[in-house]
Design a protein around this ligand. Structure first.
Ligand code: MG
Length: 382
């Protein structure tokens, strides 16, 4: 199948052209494409390294085998590159987008995101991890002499904000340069689905490892597992259940990726250019209707039995308390923020800057900060 799915070359974002534009112009590299350079800049950034200390799903580290946001990100890179290659899209751009896709996530996973959003709502603001990621790569990463931030290409900045949702120009005039009335290129459209493929399979795995989910209930509730598990069991009746489950998860991942490739290729064929992808009435990258139904079933199973389960509730409550307490400490005394954040307060206002600071922290660091009530034990960032 993979030999026949490649889209016309005009669908892919080219390695030259307007989407490689940077805010501060730089000479071309002699042998690296602009997107390969963006891969390097994200990979070598501090905010990327901090993903190692951020929760994916499990806040309390009962096992070294759970995914962190870093290992999750690397799984997304692997899946997204595979899909991009099969479709003949720009693999380097896809990799840069996959590496950056979770860089704006705060500590404590989605519980942390909700807590930050709640704190900001009191001031009429919202927390959005895509917009925060853009602020990181535009401003808070500060390691280059010639420019502030990472000076990434336009394609990567556009993909960072648009990979998972659309923003209206009326609500976000500051994002005007990102073609808000158009669809993102296919490379960016793939990221959200590659993310889903990665976490649906990984969270079933980690949920079993944590002792919260049982393989039997997953077999009853997730068709995408059972449709592989049952025939494997028939062929290998003496095999350990855990191995059959692992093999089923691998086949589930492959089935999702295969379907995404085939359906996206099918839906792209009447639209042979990037311009037409952009002007299409909706996003093109998608699962087939049958697979979409199975994807939803798996996702709803995870919400019901894992993400909202009582065993994880303690961690979620702790996240809300820690973030709420620290937010209040710095709102009362914003001059206690590290200098690079404190100097932003005049421009962006204290609530936004405090959210920026908190969102950059690892789980470990924010807990240390909370223990010392906002007095930094070691400085974060510069
Ligand atoms: Mg993700």
């Amino acid at each position: 199948m993979h030999g026949t799915t490649a889209l016309p070359a005009e669908c892919a974002v080219p390695d030259n052209g307007p989407l490689t534009r940077r805010r501060v112009p730089e000479p071309d590299h002699p042998y690296r494409t602009p997107f390969q350079r963006d891969i390097g800049r994200v990979l070598h950034s501090r905010s990327f390294r901090r993903l190692a200390g951020k929760t994916q799903v499990f806040t309390e580290r009962a096992s070294d085998h759970f995914r962190s946001r870093l290992t999750h990100t690397l799984e997304v890179v692997q899946i997204a590159r595979t899909v991009a290659r099969a479709l003949g899209l720009n693999e380097d751009l896809t990799e840069a987008l996959a590496l950056a896709h979770d860089i704006g996530h705060p500590p404590f996973g989605h519980a942390g995101e909700r807590a930050l959003d709640d704190a900001l709502r009191e001031y009429g603001l919202r927390f959005d991890h895509n917009l925060h990621a853009l602020r990181i790569v535009e401003h808070f990463e500060n390691r280059h002499l010639e420019f502030r931030g990472l000076n990434l290409t336009l394609a990567v900045r556009e993909g960072i904000i648009k990979h998972s949702r659309d923003y209206s120009a009326a609500d976000h005039p500051e994002l005007a340069e990102y073609f808000l009335d158009q669809r993102p290129p296919l490379e960016a459209q793939l990221i959200d689905w590659s993310d889903e493929i990665a976490y649906l399979t990984a969270d079933l795995d980690d949920g079993v490892e944590a002792g919260i989910l049982s393989i039997d209930e997953i077999r009853r509730g997730v068709t995408l597992v059972e449709r592989h598990f049952a025939p494997l069991l028939a062929r290998h009746p003496a095999a350990p259940q855990k191995l059959l489950f692992q093999e089923s998860l691998k086949l589930m991942l492959n089935a999702l990726a295969d379907d995404l490739i085939a359906e996206t290729a099918l839906r792209s064929h009447p639209l042979p250019t990037l311009e037409q992808v952009r002007r299409a009435p909706g996003r093109i990258a998608a699962f087939s209707p049958q697979m979409e139904q199975l994807r939803r079933e798996a996702k709803e199973f995870l919400y019901r039995n894992l993400y909202l389960c009582a065993e994880l509730e303690n961690g979620h409550r702790q996240a809300a308390t820690v973030i709420g307490d620290l937010f209040a400490v710095w709102m009362a005394e914003p001059w206690k923020l590290p200098p690079s954040y404190a100097e932003q307060v005049a421009t962006d206002g204290a609530p936004r800057v405090i959210a920026d600071y908190i969102a950059g922290m690892t789980d470990h660091f924010i807990l240390e900060m909370h223990r010392s009530e906002g007095r930094a034990p070691v400085p974060l960032g510069d």
